[in-house]
Design a protein around this ligand. Sequence first.
Ligand code: F6P
Ligand code: MN
Length: 370
Amino acid sequence: MPLSGRWTLTRYLIEQRRRFPGASGDFNALLLDVALACKAIARIVAFGTLADTVGTRLPNGANGIAPGGQLNVQGEVQKPLDVLSNEIFIRMNEWNGHLAGLASEEMDGPKQIPASYPRGKYLLVFDPLDGSSNIDVNVSVGSIFSILRAPQEAIDSGRDVTEADFLQPGAAQVAAGYAIYGPTTMLVLSVGNGVAGFTLNPNLGEFVLSQPDIRVPEQTQEFAINSSNSRFWEPPVKRYVDECLAGKTGPRGKDFNMRWIASMVAEAHRILMRGGVFLYPRDTKDPAKPGRLRLLYEANPIGYVMEQAGGRASTGRQPILGVKPSALHQRIGVVFGSKDEVERIERYHHEPAPSEAPAPLFAPRSLFRD
Ligand code: F6P
Ligand code: MN
């Protein structure tokens, strides 16, 4: 039985690995490097705007991993935090021999493993700093990651990875999670056997197990949506939100509360802790963009964690994890959180819109139908 407050992330991963006697340990080593990247980013984020100030010294960890030029010898940050976070993820993971390639929000195409390092069997996909509009205002941001297996033939040949190698449905993920940089830094992770939460103990510099088995409550009275987009919503979303807003006297018969942080990581975290539903649905705002969030490094990893925690993640029409991606930076409508609410929203998408529904007189089993 995992011991909350006693087990480090390392111990948790070793105990999980015992389920697979043949496992080599590569996977665990990779996750520890991902966690190290998150710790380094947490330190830099903690400096806030001071990180941009000439002469500010960053912690040694940040100095140590930066390639020449991005942090100068005085430890000055010369690049925006999201670019720096991307570089940290790359530097912490490209050398270890466990990856065949990387991809992220900050790079147009896949990043190859430099020839000087061995290639491994996993693909790492990440959003190095999610919630970028909150970076400058001291509101929680985070990093999201997804681990896939590279195609066997790419592993065997050691060839360069291609965009197509990454276009795997979310159900194929072997692990996914996120770090949240809030009042505390936390890592929330699933290796396919439920979801565990770890809190960074700043004294030890270690992630320590704090939530051994996170479960999303199936019901909720809290929703999150950017309602400034309401005029662009599709009818099923409008209907759902209208019914929430109608509260006790409406069809739902209960009052709802609403939250919008604008850091998806933070919304996902709140929902994992106490339930709720998050929507960034497909809308008609920009026909070129079928949704705001990205499938491979936002929707899929968060969807995986939600489902592993007993919640649900959907496009509104189908499970997120079943979508076959068509491009690395593909956008998609996203609904996730408490199971009953997500299922209700899916139901609304599948029911005919009220205007399309047959008039009662012509409905099946009505007077004028046989
Ligand atoms: O990465 C995209 C993101 O920053 C999410 O973290 C967040 O949920 C969303 O964008 C916020 O969007 P908006 O600016 O429309 O509220
Ligand atoms: Mn993001």
